[in-house]
Design a protein around this ligand. Sequence first.
Ligand SMILES: Cc1cc2nc3c(=O)[nH]c(=O)nc-3n(C[C@H](O)[C@H](O)[C@H](O)COP(=O)(O)OP(=O)(O)OC[C@H]3O[C@@H](n4cnc5c(N)ncnc54)[C@H](O)[C@@H]3O)c2cc1C
Length: 585
Amino acid sequence: MSLNVHFHSYDAVIVGAGGAGLRAAIEVSGKCRTAVLTKLYPTRSHTGAAQGGMCAALANVEEDYWEWHAFDTVKGSDYLGDQPAIDIMCQEAIDAVIDLEHFGLAFSRTPQGKIDQRRFGGHTRNHGEAPVRRSCYAADRTGHMILQTLYQQCVARDVNFFNEFQVFDVIFEGEGTERRCAGVVAYELATGDLHVFASKGVLFATGGFGKMFRISSNAHTLTGDGPGVLFQNGLPMEDLEFYQFHPTGIYGLGILLTEGARGEGGILRNGLGERFMERVAPTVKDLAPRDMVSRAIHAEIKEGRGAGPDKDYVYLDLTHLPPEQIDAKLPDITGFVRTYLGIEPKKDPIPIQPTAHYAMGGIPTNVNAEVVIDTNNTVMPGLYAAGECACVSVHGANRLGTNSLLDIVVFGRRGGRAMAEYVSSVGHPDVTKAAADKVRDHIERLKSSKGGEKVAELRTALQETMTRNASVVRTEESLKEAKATIDDLRKRYESISIDDKGSVFNSDLTEALELSHLLDLANGLVVGAMARQESRGAHWRDDFPVRDDVKWMKHTFAHQDAEGNVTLDYKDVVGGKYQPMERKY
Ligand SMILES: Cc1cc2nc3c(=O)[nH]c(=O)nc-3n(C[C@H](O)[C@H](O)[C@H](O)COP(=O)(O)OP(=O)(O)OC[C@H]3O[C@@H](n4cnc5c(N)ncnc54)[C@H](O)[C@@H]3O)c2cc1C
């Protein structure tokens, strides 16, 4: 039975209803005809899982300046972040928090009634002197509060949501310099129908792709659909090799325990009970940036100082904190520990290990969230990206905690504004239902395939190899092993078949398409990581353990051709007033 195809026409389409998509929608709605497409109900987006906070130099509890925040972000990025973009983010942070407060977000407060702030990794006073209180928070549910607040604002503005519509393709029209984005093709999960959305502007805000790793803090839905669709359509991806591992995932599961736990005074200890971060980062200790802490944990375990029967984890120790502080400031994560480990965190230290967490790389954009398609920063008219799926780049080689909730709000807002302005100046694209042909053929091929390869098996094999070979520490050998497995899985993917041939909530089908994105992006990550013969931020090569600013202070652009092969080229980092230094904390 052939699929039904419906047609819609809008000025602006936003793909994704997490923090970035909703913040953009607030800017665009009211100015032009806007649709927000989301594969999840908006309030189930991963932004709602964010715990620890969103930073801004409000100076509510101690002296602070946006310039200090910018310095920390540049240093935290291991000098791969673009400084003009970082300046914009840190300056606009203050306004962005106030905006959220005016939207009704119930932040945790100081006794005087101001927005309270707490410490987070890599955020310091006066260029590294000591940890500073910069993160605004709502207990350990900050993302939940941001998502609910933004969603309420969208409802108040009558934003047009298409919930459980999963975008499978992007539409372009015109050739050469006339080429522009012209809409998307979406699949309606409840019916299996296809929908062509013709639109003058499209903003991708589809979040991360942490599901390519086995131990991951990311939700099952974080499969890189936005970057994946664009990569498959020949657009480049930036800095894919920089993938962040958060130091404190629950051992064996990867569920996140916020860095806010260390911000509140939590301590990391090895199997011997030693506070090993004192050795690695004597000034800020447990509040060093995530790349350094994850590597330090890896080293403790490798050198035999891990805890447990296999000595393969370390502890997050909260037992010295006052119980009332734990209840007030960290209620959710301590609940997770009780539920998943059966441990009382007020009495016992918590087994943790680094967990795949955040994609620094993604769809290359400029500071107005316009997608750029080459290393000369050529803009693709009508195409925008914001949030975790985008790479501005403000996080460079390593993101600081609390800078992502900030990024999604700041660049969601900028992207929304830029798109609203653009669509008011151009005509409607010439798109018909035929734009859905490619997706329809693909779906019909998948449904009729008798190949016998199973999505779940391939995905598990991908996650295993990525966690073993392309995570906190990499070598040429480990990356070659990952690459060989990915090549094999991509071949096997050709013979994938699905059991569910139906059209109602066919997760067999959607997971098959999601897996294709994970495979492509993992391939881009590994190819980029093999080429980058240095160690910078989250990309640590045991065989090249030094940062090489002469050769490698540049962004990677990965391109995928029609056969799925990846080639690389590079773009210089945009500097500013901070010169690269040795990263001591
Ligand atoms: C457990 C956890 C805790 C975190 N804590 C913090 C923190 O305290 N501070 C901080 O700064 N950062 C934190 N982060 C990171 C931060 O939360 C995320 O990077 C950020 O929220 C991403 O927001 P987003 O809007 O880009 O994407 P998301 O919130 O992930 O939303 C993605 C949206 O895209 C939609 N979508 C995806 N694919 C498709 C498709 N094909 N078609 C249609 N729609 C699609 C989804 O439905 C969803 O609405 C945390 C992350 C995790 C996982």
